[in-house]
Write a protein that binds this ligand. Structure first.
Ligand code: MN
Length: 516
């Protein structure tokens, strides 16, 4: 039976979703969880894109790359390759992934010339690192024989992994399977140790089907993301291919290393940290995937669990009983609750801070569910992030919301706010079309800054009538966009906190750009 390698690219291709940018601590949490779920390879973002991406790649390579293979993408440029080398030189069995940027494809340069630059880059990468992957961006739209000619050159240059993406989702399963079959046959005759990798996009809802048919036709490795996230309609969903291969082991004569009982925790963590909801009917990880509403079916399920469920909730780590915590739950119960959703590694300081925040929340909101615990984790990551440190540095220049009061009737709302800056407290008043509008007018009454609200999103984080409300907003100041979010049991308060946070981000942004 053949082992199929699973490469998770949630942190690179998945993160391309607008508004889903993660900070270094959030990326590390996800990388640790991917390691726990036993993915074979974790792909990071391009270190050469920004200083921030470089720091993130270094951190993941140092902390998670000691035990799990890290694949780091690089443009076909020596300077980028050297940078990747410096990130992963001490990691366990690392991979450098040379990708032709799609901009290179369309910049009018001679295609052959660009390709020969790629060959040089592969040779150079191979001279300093043993494992090199090369991705043929947009392979599915190229003429087959000319693609094969290039594959041969890439293998001769030393690449060990050949990736064949269906970048823009143009293939149906039969076509893609046939193409992979032909490439696999020739590739294994050329060198049987070369790994054939596939990377599919889901514009027609075919990413999982295309990846599976590729396995049937000889592919050795699948590139995928948690919850299938990614640009446009997303990538192949890791949980779907992993469960399909597990359920049809005999048909594919293959298996993966994925610890499927970590799927649910991983899916929730990624969804929460990126702020992207999972469609309720999403296969495997949607909240309705295991819910049975019909009474008729209910009786049958009670009689025989196998009637309608081909997968049991436990297979992906959903437990029947949720641990509900209250303010009387002690440290050990809290620890147990965190472990249940996948978090069991904390420094003492981190845990103390989490427990303090937990007690505060439990006093406001009587029952604490697993989603509330994810909120506490996120809050903790934020407080320890660069942005959290920035906030401390500029503390004396920033505003803090102390109190709000809102009265609404059917025609309008009136709000008063109390806001502190350094040692002074200011009072503002405003009326508006609804409570949030009134509060924002009152905040502007105190803080006279010319910012424009561009987007306002509100959603509930957990369940129950005292559920937390999460407000995410986007504002524009001088042509630059700033985002901010806040969570509270009261959605009007959450809205107010988010607005003040956004104003503080503008102030920090102004300070940092002026001093640099
Ligand atoms: Mn892609």
């Amino acid at each position: 039976m053949k082992k199929i390698l699973i490469m998770d690219t949630t942190l690179r291709d998945g993160e391309k979703i607008p508004g889903a940018k993660l900070n270094i601590n959030e990326q590390l949490k996800i990388a640790y969880q991917l390691q726990k779920m036993k993915v074979d390879i974790i792909e990071t973002s391009f270190p050469s894109l920004s200083h921030n991406d470089l720091e993130i790649t270094k951190a993941i390579a140092q902390k998670v790359g000691t035990k799990t293979t890290i694949s780091v993408p690089s443009r076909a440029i020596r300077r980028d390759i050297d940078e990747v080398y410096n990130c992963i030189k001490n990691s366990y069995d690392p991979i450098i992934h040379i990708v032709l940027g799609s901009s290179d494809l369309y910049d009018g340069k001679n295609k052959e010339q660009i390709f020969m630059q790629n060959i040089d880059a592969i040779k150079y990468a191979k001279s300093i690192l043993p494992k090199v992957q090369y991705s043929f961006t947009d392979a599915s739209r190229q003429d087959f024989e000319s693609l094969w000619g290039k594959i041969k050159l890439v293998v001769e240059a030393g690449a060990n992994i050949i990736n064949i993406p269906d970048t823009v989702s143009v293939m149906v399963p039969d076509e893609y399977g046939e193409m992979i079959n032909k490439i696999n046959y020739r590739l294994k005759n050329l060198d049987k140790d070369i790994i054939l990798s596939v990377h599919c996009h889901n514009d027609l809802g075919l990413a999982t089907a295309n990846s599976l048919i590729a396995i049937k036709n000889g592919a050795d490795k699948i590139e995928c993301t948690i919850n299938g996230i990614g640009e446009r309609a997303g990538n192949t969903a890791l949980e779907e291919v992993a469960m399909a291969i597990k359920l049809h082991k005999k048909y594919y004569n293959a298996y993966t290393n994925i610890a499927t009982n970590e799927i649910s925790n991983t899916s929730k963590l990624v969804s929460y940290l990126m702020g992207i909801d999972i469609q309720v009917n999403k296969p495997i990880t949607g909240s309705n995937a295991f819910a049975h509403y019909s009474n008729l079916r209910m009786t049958e399920i009670t009689n025989s669990e196998n009637t309608y469920e081909i997968i049991h909730p436990e297979d992906i780590g959903i437990e029947n009983s949720e641990l509900v915590l209250t303010s009387r739950s002690g440290e050990s119960a809290f620890k147990k609750g965190l472990a249940k959703i996948g978090f069991d590694k904390f420094s003492n300081k981190e845990f103390k801070n989490l427990f303090k925040n937990f007690l505060e929340l439990a006093n406001k909101k009587k029952e604490i569910y697993s989603y509330d615990l994810l909120y506490l984790i996120e809050k903790n990551l934020e407080e320890n992030s660069e942005q959290g440190n920035e906030f401390l540095k500029f503390k004396n220049k920033l505003y803090e919301l102390i109190d709000i009061e809102v009265v609404s009737n059917i025609l309008f709302s009136r709000a008063t706010v109390k806001i502190r800056k350094k040692d002074s407290v200011y009072k503002g008043e405003g009326v508006g079309n609804g409570p949030v509008d009134a509060v924002y007018t009152a905040i502007r009454d105190v803080i006279k800054i010319n910012i424009e609200l561009r987007e306002y999103k509100i959603k509930s984080v957990s369940k129950g009538k005292e559920a937390l409300g999460k407000v995410a907003i986007q504002v524009n100041y001088n042509g630059k966009e700033y985002t901010a979010k806040a969570v509270d049991t009261d959605v009007v308060r959450a809205s107010a906190y988010a607005f003040v946070n956004a104003i503080n981000s503008v102030i920090i942004g102004k300070e940092t750009s002026e001093t640099v």
